[in-house]
Write a protein of this length. Structure first.
Length: 174
């Protein structure tokens, strides 16, 4: 389906004062402040969390050493997506347009769309990680910001503040 003269009626008539709608401020690569970007040539990547050991204990002279076990805990799988969008313009729409170079304008709009799609995908786990949305589970199969993440030892830890606060540097440090 191509952009035709029917969709550009005002650009085919004399008297148009301005075109607008693609000049809004862009917020590029905000995801780089949250995520580390890595390259891959596979359909997915996995990361496995190891449990580690309990705290080492003081050993009395002559007594035996305590032993502990480690194990794999959570597995995170990152499945790669292909993001795509294209546009087509009829020859007549290009020839009859009085005010603008259509291909140039829409190429910029396409670049903006692709950039915006990247930013939206990057923030989705944070938005959908709330227990109320229940759309994004972390490695332990509960919502990212749940107050009930169970450790290997069976204790529950929370991934949120006791007293809720806006997301900022101070609340992150808490």
């Amino acid at each position: 389906m191509a952009i035709s003269r029917h969709q550009l009626v005002k650009e085919l008539e004399p008297g148009l004062n301005a075109l607008f709608g693609l000049e809004y401020k862009r917020y590029e690569n905000q995801h780089s402040e949250i995520y580390t970007t890595e390259s891959s040539d596979r359909a997915f990547e996995e990361e496995v969390m190891l449990s580690g050991f309990a705290n080492a204990q003081t050993k009395a002279e002559g007594s035996g050493v305590s032993f502990d076990e480690a194990q794999e805990t959570y597995t995170a799988r990152y499945t790669h997506d292909t993001i795509a969008l294209a546009f087509a313009i009829t020859e007549e729409a290009i020839e009859d347009n009085l005010y603008d170079r259509l291909a140039s304008r829409y190429t910029k709009a396409l670049a903006r769309s692709m950039s915006n799609a990247k930013q939206v995908k990057a923030v989705t786990p944070l938005i959908q990680g709330l227990p109320s949305t229940d759309n994004f589970d972390s490695g332990d199969a509960v919502s990212l910001f749940s107050t009930n993440h169970t450790t290997v030892s069976g204790t529950a830890v929370k991934n949120t503040l006791t007293t809720q606060a806006d997301l900022n540097e101070t609340s992150l440090e808490q």
